[in-house]
Structure formats: structure tokens, C-alpha cells
Design a protein around this ligand. Structure first.
Ligand code: CA
Length: 233
């Protein structure tokens, strides 16, 4: 059963999302505060695939909840909602481990489409394929079956989105990939977000994989175009 936890204090929005998601076949639990979201997550032993999380909440804010949930589960899908339009919010959310971000007002159908997509990714992480598939590059070993990446034999803690970006890069070694391709490949053709989400994720991945994130040698920036995975043999 695909399960979603919605944390939103505005009743109208929460109820709308609830109705749409139930109609789309999700099992939905809804709460109206961050404290309750964390409590529910604990009570149900983290048995959720996706959390839809509002930023502005009456008690602890959505960013804090996002950070705590991400600490509990690296594979949970997290989508944040915010009425604010400041770029900083988006960057904050993604740096704290959210997978996606929507600015209010949004079309509920668009949110459901993104949840569907995120759910597919979350599922891929637990689905076991018949044959394992491994890509090696420099100190890295990427395993498509377990969806893990090792650096010098040590597992790197990655979210599903980060893993997927790395898989895309490492499957296209030494190839310049433009931001639009990365966006389409990871978030889907109908994603209306901007390229910022790509850049922020790259920044986060670099912190995790590069020896010196400020002067990267694996994920190279191609100015005015995109990024390239540099294969160090
Ligand atoms: Ca709110």
C-alpha cells in the first residue's frame, strides 16, 4: 500500500490534497502540526513512502521536521509546500533533504503528479531486480540493484534523488549533460520547476562525494550549460 503523511495546518489545502490522493489510490494520514507529524511517523515505525510537508506551521516549522525525518529515513520521499516565494526557502528545503518543493498556490493535480513520480522512485529503491548492475569510476562503485554508492568501500548517505542523479552521471561518464536533460531525467518531462533544483542537488552531492567540494574533480561544472561526470581511471 502506498502511504502518504500530509502535514499542513491549513484545513482547506490539507483536505483537498487528502481527497485527491485517496482518489489516486494512496493511503493517507493527515496531521496539522510538525509535532504531530513526527509523533505519527514514530508511532507507525516510519511506515510511510512520502511526506507532504508545509513550511509554515504553528509549532516547529517544516524545515525542522524535514531535517528530523531525513535523519530517520534517507529513502523517504519528502515534498515541501510553502506560501513564500523566496528562492532561499527552496534552497533551504533542498539542502535539508527534501526531494521536491511546491509554492502555493498550486494545482492539486500537479502535486499528485509529483507525488506519483516520487513514489515510483521510492519504490525502485526497494524493488529487487533480477540482475545486479554495477558501475565503477575512480574510487566509486555504484550498485543499481541496491541503489547504493560506495567511495573507497564506504557507503555514501544519499537521498533517492541524489542517487538517481549520480546514476545518470555515472552512466554517462565524461559526457556534458545540460540542466534541462538532468531536470527531465530526474523530475520528469512535465516538471515545471527551475534549474535551481538541479544546482542545489549538485551542491549537496558534491558535499558528500568530493574530497574538496569547493574544487570538485568528479562532478565538473560546464559554465552556461550544465555538468559532467569526470571519470578518473
Ligand atoms: Ca501553513
Amino acid at each position: 500500500m502506498k502511504r502518504v503523511l500530509i502535514c499542513e495546518d491549513e484545513d482547506n489545502i490539507r483536505n483537498f490534497v487528502l481527497i485527491y490522493l485517496k482518489r489516486a489510490g494512496y493511503d493517507v494520514v493527515d496531521v496539522n502540526s510538525g509535532e504531530l507529524a513526527l509523533q505519527k511517523f514514530e508511532e507507525e515505525n516510519g511506515n510511510f513512502d512520502i511526506v507532504v510537508l508545509d513550511v509554515m506551521l504553528p509549532g516547529i516549522d517544516g524545515f525542522t521536521v524535514c531535517k528530523r525525518l531525513r535523519e530517520k529515513s534517507p529513502t523517504l520521499g519528502i515534498i515541501m509546500l510553502s506560501a513564500k516565494t523566496q528562492e532561499m526557502d527552496k534552497v533551504n528545503a533542498l539542502m535539508l533533504g527534501a526531494d521536491d518543493y511546491m509554492t502555493k498556490p498550486f494545482a492539486t493535480s500537479e502535486l499528485v503528479a509529483r507525488i506519483d513520480r516520487l513514489y515510483q522512485r521510492v519504490c525502485m529503491s526497494s524493488a529487487s531486480n533480477e540482475q545486479s548492475f554495477v558501475i565503477e569510476s575512480g574510487p566509486f562503485i555504484l550498485n543499481m540493484k541496491s541503489r547504493t554508492v560506495l567511495k573507497n568501500g564506504v557507503p555514501i548517505d544519499l537521498t533517492q534523488v541524489e542517487y538517481q542523479i549520480l546514476e545518470y552521471f555515472m552512466s554517462n561518464k565524461n559526457t556534458a549533460l545540460d540542466r534541462a536533460s538532468i531536470l527531465n531525467h530526474i523530475w520528469g518531462e512535465n516538471y515545471y520547476g527551475d534549474y535551481k533544483i538541479v544546482d542545489v542537488n549538485i551542491r549537496r552531492i558534491r558535499l558528500k562525494i568530493e574530497d574538496e567540494p569547493s574544487s570538485p574533480k568528479y562532478i565538473m561544472t560546464i559554465w552556461g550549460f550544465g555538468y559532467k561526470w569526470e571519470d578518473h581511471v
